[in-house]
Design a binder for this molecule. Structure first.
Ligand code: C5P
Length: 402
């Protein structure tokens, strides 16, 4: 049980996402954590203290001036006797009170009094989330070291869609484990590339590869869930930034390489981006249509990010993983690519029409490493990511045991 003996103070504020916090209590406890709960007055309009008490098997604290609660456990002890404070859902109101340093109820007082790390899981309406006041409050809290998970984008309780949904309980648990340093990859640094690159032809046109970024983003999220401090260097995609990951947005292959180099040192690099192999020398002004021949594009080769990260040297990540999309002789080509690019593993993706990979959500992977080939069944991209992250964790566990 990864959280055995760890103490979590869970502060539940008043939002509809509070119902998910009941599941969060359960998830934390099944991993061995001891969970004490504070609920704000507004939270009690959504869920009852009795539900939280039943799930946590502890008294639930609600009142700053309660004689019984204070005699049982003073608010200062509540704030001190914990390894981590989790605020879920963190409403716009509670974030504002935290930023202002208010102590106007038990939740705000405990947050002001604690010297323990704080993790907030914001949940609110999209417009409240985007409001300059919320942005400023969060920036201030983050500058003071408060960690944040989410919010996720998706349908919201009021029938709207957008960022504002509280992170899922298991995502919050993963962030807790990462902060407490208990994940299988905690203490490791990971670098992931994802998405396509855009190579400018002129100020309005570009060359690109087709790539949704789904696989790379899922890998970054899976590595972060196992506790790795993860940097995702992403080309332009419509995928949302994964929770618990630092995302660097870039456009071109050269910018992607520079961002990767800046993210070093890392223990793990996974190159899942579909990098454009060539770039044009971009024209300063929009190229005009002229009568006669269309303009000639002079293409120059882009740097190979995977090969460049794999170069021997003291900055080389211990484990470098690349992808190869192939339609025939899949494993043979992957073997050759592994050697040519000097990476450790290649995830060969069988994209022959029979597999239905193109346009589909599943990938058929053959993992090629020094020892041989491992054939995976067709799996959704999220499960490919999970399986890869687990295999990476086993690789490092084996290294530690050597
Ligand atoms: O040579 P090919 O494009 O098939 O290699 C695919 C692998 O190399 C992927 O892991 C991809 O992310 C990486 N790559 C790269 N930089 C490039 C081209 C490919 O990192 N310029």
């Amino acid at each position: 049980m990864p959280l055995q003996g760890r103490r979590i103070l869970l502060i539940i504020a008043g939002g509809i996402a509070a119902y998910k916090s009941l599941d969060l209590i359960r998830r934390l406890r099944e991993r061995g954590a001891r969970v004490r709960v504070i609920m704000t007055a507004a939270a009690q309009r959504f869920i009852t203290p009795l539900a939280a008490a039943s799930l946590s098997a502890e008294t639930v604290y609600t009142d700053l001036f309660s004689l019984t609660e204070e005699s049982e456990m003073g608010h200062l002890r509540l704030a001190a006797e914990t390894d981590l404070v989790v605020v879920a859902p963190a409403t716009a109101d509670l974030l504002a009170r935290m930023a202002a340093g208010r102590a106007d109820d038990l939740a705000a007082t405990a947050l002001l009094a604690t010297e323990r790390p704080i993790l907030v899981a914001p949940a609110m309406n999209t417009r409240m989330w985007r409001h300059a006041a919320t942005r400023a409050n969060l920036a201030l809290l983050e500058s003071r070291g408060v960690a944040r998970i989410g919010p996720n984008a998706g349908p919201l309780a009021e029938g709207e869609t957008g960022p504002g949904r509280m992170a899922e309980p298991l995502e919050i648990v993963a962030a807790v484990e990462q902060m407490l340093g208990v994940g299988a990859l905690s203490g490791r640094r990971a670098l992931v590339t994802s998405g396509p690159t855009h190579e400018a032809i002129d100020p309005v046109r570009y060359i690109a590869n087709r790539s949704s970024g789904k696989q790379g983003h899922a890998i970054a999220a899976a590595l972060a869930r196992l506790g790795a401090e993860t940097v995702l260097v992403s080309g332009p995609t419509s995928e949302p930034d994964p929770p618990g990951v630092r995302v660097v947005h870039v456009e071109s292959a050269r910018a992607m390489l520079a961002a990767c180099e800046k993210a070093l040192p890392a223990d793990i690099a996974v190159c899942a981006a579909a990098v454009a192999d060539w770039r044009a020398e971009p024209a300063a002004q929009k190229i005009k249509k002229k009568n006669g021949a269309p303009p000639a594009l002079k293409l120059v080769e882009n740097p190979d990010i995977l090969a460049s990260l794999s170069k021997p040297g003291n900055r080389r990540p211990r484990l470098v993983v690349g992808f190869a999309a192939e339609t025939e002789n899949v494993v043979e080509h992957a073997r050759e690519k592994r050697v040519r690019k000097a990476c450790d593993w290649i995830l060969a993706n069988d994209v022959s029409p029979a597999t239905g990979t193109f346009g589909g959500d599943a990938n058929t992977i053959h993992l090629v490493d020094e020892a041989g080939v491992e054939d995976w069944p067709p799996l959704p991209k999220r499960e490919v990511a999970e399986r890869l992250a687990q295999r990476i964790a086993r690789f490092f566990a084996g290294k530690a045991a050597e």
